[in-house]
Every structure is written in C-alpha cells, then in structure tokens.
Write a protein that binds this ligand. Structure first.
Ligand code: COA
Length: 384
C-alpha cells in the first residue's frame, strides 16, 4: 500500500494584530459605558455591574499576548466589539475562500504542485460562513482542482478530523492529492463584550497538502522527487465524548426558536475551568495510548504540535505525557502571538516549528476541543 505524505503546508495570517493592552482598553470603555447605562438596575440589584478586564489576568490565565483579526477597528470599537466584514456579491470570492486560497497557494508552492494536481479539497473549521455551496467547492473552482470538495466542522478538532478524512480518501483511492484547509474567522463567533471570553481567540487559516506516494522507495529518506520536505502520516486516531462545556448554538433554526434567545447566547461560550480539568487527562491518555499501540516510545517523539487553547493546558498535557516538563522546542507554543485560532492552532505550530527534525524522526500533531473531540496524527519525517 502507498504511503500518505504531507508535502506542503501554508498559513494565512491577517495583517491586523491586537495586543491584550488594546483589548483591555476597549472592553474597559465598553463596560464603563454599559455600567453607566444600567446604573439604576445595578443599584436596585437587578443587574450585576460588569467588572473591568485585566491584562495581567489574561497573560497569567492563558499565555496569550496578541491575536490577529480580520478587522481590528471593529473589534476594538467599544460601541461595536465585533469585526466589520464587508458583504460580498455572489460573483466575488467569499472571505473564507479568500483566506483559504492564500494558505492553499503557499502549501501548493511548497509541495511543487499546481491547483490542477489536486483532486479533493476539504475545508474543516469551527464556523462556516454559510450552509452551501461549500466553501471548499468555491476553493476547488478557484484553484482549478478536479474531483470533489466539501466542508466539515468538528470545532477545534476540525484539522485532525479532516486529515483523517483526507487519509481515508487517499488510502481508498478516491483521491490522489488532497488539500485540507482550516479557515478560522473566530472574531466573528467571539463575544468581545464579556471579559471571560474577549481575549481567547484569533483569526488565521492553515493549509496542508496530502498526497499518496506509490513509489518503490521504502527506506525513510529515499524519496527524491516532488516536495523537498515531506512527512509520512503513520497513523491517525479520533475520539469524541459528549459535553456541553463548550458550545456555540448559532444555526439556521435560531430565528424560529420560541422563545427567541439573546444573540450573545448563540456565540461561543464555555466552562473554562471544567474544560481544563476534563480535557487535559483525555488528551494525554489519548496520545499515550495511540503511541503505545504503534509501539512508539514517548521518548522517541521529537515534537508535539498540540492544539493551542491555553498555555497551562498544554504544559499539563505534556507533563502527563512525558512525566516531566516539556522543553520549549518539544511542544512549541504559538499562543502568545496568535491566541486560540481553533482548528488552525496545531497546524500553525507545525507550519512554524518543524526545524531541527531529521528524516526518520517522529512527531505528533494533536487537536482537541468542543464535542469533546480529540484527534492525533503520528508523523514521521520522510524527506528533508
Ligand atoms: N480580566 C480579569 N478578570 C477576569 C477576566 C479578564 N479578562 N476573565 C475572567 N476574569 C475573572 C473571572 O470573572 C473570575 O472571577 P471570580 O473568581 O471573581 O469569579 C476569575 O477571573 C477567574 O475566572 P476563570 O474563568 O475561572 O479563570 P481561569 O483561571 O479558569 O481561566 C480560561 C480562564 C478560559 C483562560 C481557562 O479556564 C481556559 O483556558 N480553560 C481551557 C478551556 C479552553 O481553552 N477551551 C477551548 C477549547 S479546548
């Protein structure tokens, strides 16, 4: 059976960067205005005053320093607290397709492939801008790919779940070259008016090109054609277990619901502490079990590219896996710069931090999040 290789990666980063200090100033102004507007209700005890956010808290609780967003002006405007996104005509590329295309072009160039070499496109992300036609089909048309394309959503785990689908298509022969994209415009689902949530997310899009390689070369490091650098996918493993602790209830039935719900109830919300407590053991056990079943020692894994939601979570997961604290280059963190970019996070870490690994070395890419859902991908560097 042919091997499955990742031959290219791409990353779109929005031009606007927002610091914690900027966010705190804007939400502080918004909360003061809100408290002023509701002074009478607050004094009567009918409403609770909104507390001021703190930069120190954000840094300490999450490890997040900045985030990139599609529109900084709208996010920071205390009277708006959400991005301005221009409505586009049906003749224009949609915004998710546009950022998907930017990341796709980088991955294709890295792999030495053209759009017409692709015969499947999978868009996996937490929030899709419309029900149909699929953003993936729009991107398929834009790059001139053949075959099929579809969108899917497994929240923060969408990257590993779409990698699994790509691997299945490549193994079965229904595709030969699959583009996996994770366009996350989380600034649209985030509630910037609440201090528990306003700092968590950032926007980005990642791309992976996966190909089936049926060449005879069977020694790691032998392949000389195509991408100068490639990674063999040795195995994938997914698991889900139901939880209400991370929810986003936005959907097409919202306007029909009786009684109607407040719009903030339909945005992202979570019980952060419980998620922290429940998800960390789930992930560490999942990764350890996956490696053990493949007879790979944890100590033989050179790098872990984990989902990027919270620095404390990643540190704890790595401690549970390794039995000690991870060194910075064993489990790279991109939270400081990008914040939580949902499904894109682990792939950003992989895209930006895979230097210093030799052909034959193992790595694990892992995502986790709402559902709950966990996905792990065991990789081996194939060619330098
Ligand atoms: N500034 C100042 N204070 C804040 C604040 C802010 N921006 N946000 C929350 N607080 C306050 C809270 O109101 C709370 O006050 P209280 O103790 O008086 O009630 C206090 O700080 C602690 O809040 P809590 O939400 O318990 O903080 P935390 O230490 O659990 O950190 C998260 C919050 C979200 C960073 C953390 O729980 C987390 O990251 N969990 C993982 C969940 C996750 O990332 N999920 C995504 C998918 S995996």
């Amino acid at each position: 059976m042919g091997r499955i290789l990742i031959t290219g990666t791409g990353l779109f980063t929005p031009p606007d960067s927002v610091s914690n200090a900027e966010l705190v100033v804007s939400l502080g102004q918004a909360n003061e205005a809100w408290n002023g507007k509701h002074r009478a209700e607050i004094e009567r005890g009918e409403l609770e005053a909104r507390d001021l956010p703190s930069e120190k808290f954000i840094e300490r609780a999450s490890g997040i320093g900045h985030r990139y967003v599609m529109d900084k002006q709208g996010v920071l405007d205390p009277t708006r607290l959400r991005p301005h996104l221009r409505s586009r005509t049906e003749d224009e590329l949609s915004i998710q397709a546009e950022i998907g295309l930017a990341a796709a072009n980088e991955a294709l160039a890295q792999a030495g492939r053209k759009g017409e070499d692709v015969d499947a496109v999978i868009v996996g992300c937490s929030n899709l801008q419309r029900a149909y036609p699929a953003v993936a089909i729009e991107i398929q048309a834009a790059i001139g790919a053949s075959g099929f394309a579809y969108d899917m959503n497994v929240a923060c785990s969408s990257a590993t779940f779409s990698i699994q689908n790509a691997v299945d298509a490549l193994r079965s022969g229904s595709a030969k070259c699959v583009l996996v994209l994770n366009p996350e415009i989380t600034s649209g689902h985030n509630n910037f008016a609440l201090r528990e949530f306003h700092f968590i997310f950032g926007d980005a899009c990642t791309a992976l090109l996966l190909e089936r390689d049926d060449s005879e070369a069977d020694t790691v490091g032998d392949r000389t054609e195509g991408s100068p650098e490639s990674w063999e996918i040795l195995d994938t493993r997914l698991v889900t277990t139901f939880s209400n602790n991370i929810r986003n209830d936005a959907g097409y039935l919202n306007p029909c619901e009786e009684p109607e719900r407040e719009s903030f109830e339909l945005l992202f919300r979570q019980n952060g502490r419980t998620v922290f407590k429940e998800v960390c053991p789930l992930v560490s056990k999942h990764i350890r079990g996956h490696l053990a079943d493949r007879s790979i020692e944890v100590s033989d894994v050179k790098r872990f590219w984990l989902h990027q939601a919270n620095l404390g979570m990643n540190k704890l997961i790595m401690r549970k896996i390794l039995g000690r604290d991870a060194l910075p280059n064993e489990a790279p963190v991109i939270l400081d710069e990008y914040a939580n970019t949902s499904s894109a996070g682990s792939v950003i870490a992989f895209h930006n931090h895979r230097d210093g690994i030799a052909a034959g070395d193992y790595g694990v890419l892992c995502s986790f999040g709402a559902g709950y859902s966990v996905g792990s991908v065991i990789l081996r560097k194939f060619t330098d």
